[in-house]
Write a protein that binds this ligand. Structure first.
Ligand code: SF4
Ligand code: SF4
Length: 226
């Protein structure tokens, strides 16, 4: 089978998602050709792609970046937001600008605020295994296993607050602990099998929501979140 032509383009973020992609790549080399030329020379000279993997959110105070992401959309059959900043805004939602070297950069958005996104894979960062699973399901056409990623691409924000509201306070929680295990900041702890959120620790990455068996069902059923 011909390899998929995949672009990795990186916008505002901490680089953790990029490391995950690099760690996933050895297992994917037989299936994809990965264009990561921006890492080598900062190149924005794009070709045509089967899939664009986007990491990081977009600074809407930067017209060049806004144009760049629109160009990537035009050149790619499928766009995947990889990681919480690209998918949901994540920690970038706390940006208020005023920092050197770009004090004017104050407003960041998930990429689906600017372009149509086909699949979103939240996580801070998502594991390499999540990316490997995504490609496995994508290449085999397993729509059922891709549904969570597809439905998540329509969301613009997700956090531990939403998990508490939608799952814990509605009595849907089964006390499995997946939220606590998946939280990168330790914001969620189970107390007597009931998730408790330390609000100031929540970086709004949405990982707990995606990993929760109850909450992920809400997303897959096209629930109320938006
Ligand atoms: S509680 Fe943890 S996993 Fe959930 S959104 Fe907040 S930081 Fe992310
Ligand atoms: S992952 Fe969901 S079901 Fe499991 S303990 Fe957390 S909130 Fe409850």
């Amino acid at each position: 089978m011909e390899k998929l032509k995949v672009l990795h383009a990186n916008f505002a973020g901490c680089e953790g998602c990029n490391v995950s992609i690099i760690r996933a790549y050895p297992q994917l080399m037989d299936q994809i050709d990965l264009d990561i030329s921006y890492l080598r020379d900062g190149s924005c000279d794009y070709g045509e792609y089967d899939i664009a993997l986007i990491t990081g959110g977009v600074c809407i105070n930067d017209p060049r970046t806004v144009e760049e992401i629109k160009e990537i959309r035009e050149r790619s059959k499928v766009v995947v937001a990889f990681g919480s900043c690209a998918a949901l805004g994540g920690i970038l939602r706390f940006c208020r600008g005023g920092q050197e070297p770009r004090p004017d950069h104050r407003t960041f958005q998930p990429i689906n605020s600017l372009i149509e996104v086909d699949y979103s894979i939240p996580g801070c960062p998502p594991t390499p295994q999540m990316l490997q699973s995504f490609f496995k399901f994508f290449i085999s056409g397993n729509e059922a296993r891709l549904r969570l990623f597809k439905m998540t691409s329509k969301l613009k924000k997700l956090s531990g607050f939403d998990l508490i509201d939608d799952v814990v306070l509605t009595g849907l929680c089964i006390g499995c602990g997946a939220c606590e295990l998946s939280c990168p900041t330790g914001a969620i702890k189970l107390v007597e099998k009931r998730p408790t959120l330390t609000q100031e620790r929540c970086i709004r990455c949405g990982t707990c929501y995606i990993r929760c068996p109850r909450a992920s069902q809400i997303i897959c059923m096209g629930g109320e979140r938006s």
